[in-house]
Design a protein around this ligand. Structure first.
Ligand SMILES: O=C(O)C1=C[C@@H](OP(=O)(O)O)[C@@H](O)[C@H](O)C1
Ligand SMILES: C=C(OP(=O)(O)O)C(=O)O
Length: 443
């Protein structure tokens, strides 16, 4: 996000192969949760590998605004002087959360349990995103929250309410809603249980365990009781598989490529990208598998291969939810038809990722037909063209990878938000062999 009326373009020329050893930045989901739990723990939490992206910095700034002393970030190191679950101070201004849905939805759960009122705002994209999915169950727990008439931000949370535990069945597979309710449950009377319709990322559950908070898992259900304490710990954040995904697809589609992605989180609830690409014929090997701070990690070796279209299994959708923009690029470069169904959630991300990706692929000469809940893509020859990313970081990075199969340059508009999740994307892309220029113009 910038507020100086600057416009940021990527100009990407077709280039040959992707090569090298790359370490992409820290996992966004884990970085957010490390700030939240570290701030609310008793004692000092040391975090390394923190993602210094705009989204996670928004979460960090929110806790500073509520009186938490936080040192850093400095080269991914953050030291949080936890204030305990009851130790936050009322912020003096609304909490501005930029582009970050994760910040707003998870903080909604935490803020519902505070004794003071909070207002949370965001940029134009976040201000369009649906919040009833969190405000409705939080209201059932006893919270008092106002949204716009459309159920979008700003959120005004009254505070000072006694929350009651809830037994909630998620209507959509969403880790943000699950996490929001578990975090509210820390402040609730009795037990809070959340049942998910399909597995979603479980970083909140793993990290709560790491902070010594008892949780019970029973198949699709996870429960905790309010009234406990978080004990400070140290956290090493692995590299983000959602950022690595761009290079996994890039290396798969660019002839002669070989890329080693180091220290990437391979939590089973996040590896849809590996499962789907392998089913399409990708050459992906995991090396040096290990566990770090309760999260599995590996080095991922990807070599070029000849991809073919598939019908993406629906159970993989929540496990790859942020990777579909770049998976659509893989599909455009694959032989035959790729069909995605069961992914209507893509319509309510930073942009409508079904519509925006279909539009961009069509601009590049690909037959991509959007459907209510997915897309049908015929692999083909990618031409050059000018793509609108609509300020969505993952759209901008996905079309950068399309250049590896393109016949002519691709210009991508409105790319500043790449800094929300992957601030050094252009640098790493260049290092790996992509011919990318960043052009910033004033208007
Ligand atoms: O919990 C999280 O950290 C996230 C959950 C996902 O959102 P949903 O829960 O809305 O699917 C994902 O798209 C987002 O980037 C991060
Ligand atoms: C959907 C995303 O993030 P958020 O919901 O936190 O804005 C994303 O990073 O792709």
């Amino acid at each position: 996000m910038n507020n100086l009326n600057l416009s940021t373009q990527f100009i990407v020329h077709p280039s040959g192969t992707l090569r090298g050893v790359l370490r992409v930045p820290g996992d966004k989901s884990i970085s957010h949760r490390a700030m939240m739990l570290g701030a609310l723990a008793n004692g000092i939490t040391q975090v390394s590998g923190f993602l210094e992206g705009e989204d996670t910095l928004a979460t960090l700034a929110a806790f500073r605004a509520m009186g938490v002393h936080i040192e850093g970030p400095h080269q991914g190191q953050v030291i949080l002087h936890g204030v305990g679950l009851q130790g936050l101070q009322p912020p003096t201004t609304p909490l501005y959360l930029g582009n970050s849905g994760t910040s707003m939805r998870l903080l909604a759960g935490l803020m519902a349990g505070q004794s003071f009122a909070v207002e949370m705002t965001g940029d134009s994209s976040l201000s369009r995103r649906p919040m009833r999915r969190v405000t409705e169950p939080l209201t059932t727990m006893g919270a008092q929250i106002e949204t716009t008439a459309q159920g979008t931000p700003p959120l005004r949370i009254k505070g000072g309410q006694r929350l009651q535990g809830i037994d909630y069945h998620l209507p959509v597979a969403s880790a943000q809603v699950k996490s929001c309710l578990l975090l509210a449950g820390l402040y609730a009377n009795g037990m809070t249980c959340v049942t998910e319709p399909a597995p979603t990322r479980d970083h909140t559950e793993r990290m709560l365990t790491g902070f010594g908070y008892p949780i019970q898992r029973n198949g699709p259900q996870v429960c905790l009781s309010g009234g406990g304490q978080l004990q400070a710990t140290s956290i090493e954040v692995p590299a983000d598989i959602s950022s690595a995904a761009f290079f996994m697809v890039g290396a798969s589609i660019a002839t002669g490529s070989e890329v080693l992605l180091e220290h990437v989180g391979i939590n089973p609830t996040r590896i849809g990208i590996i499962n789907i690409l392998r089913q399409m014929g990708a050459d992906i090997h995991l090396h040096n598998e290990r566990e770090i701070g309760g999260e599995p990690v590996a080095d991922i070796l990807v070599r070029a291969s000849s991809l073919h279209g598939i019908h993406i299994p629906e159970e993989q959708v929540p496990l790859a939810i942020d990777e579909f923009p770049v998976l659509f690029i893989a599909a455009a470069c694959a032989r035959g038809e790729t069909r995605l169904t069961g992914a209507e959630e893509l319509r309510v991300k930073e942009s409508d990722r079904i519509q925006v990706m279909a539009e961009g692929l069509q601009t590049l000469g690909i037959d991509a037909q959007p459907t209510r809940d997915g897309m049908v893509i015929q692999g083909g020859k990618i031409q050059g063209g000018v793509i609108q990313s609509y300020g969505d970081h993952r759209i901008a990075m996905a079309f950068t990878m399309a250049s590896l199969c393109a016949s002519n340059p691709i210009i991508i508009e409105d790319c500043a938000n790449v800094a929300t999740s992957f601030p050094n994307f252009v640098y790493l892309a260049k290092q790996a062999g992509i011919d990318i220029q960043l052009k910033v113009t004033g208007n």
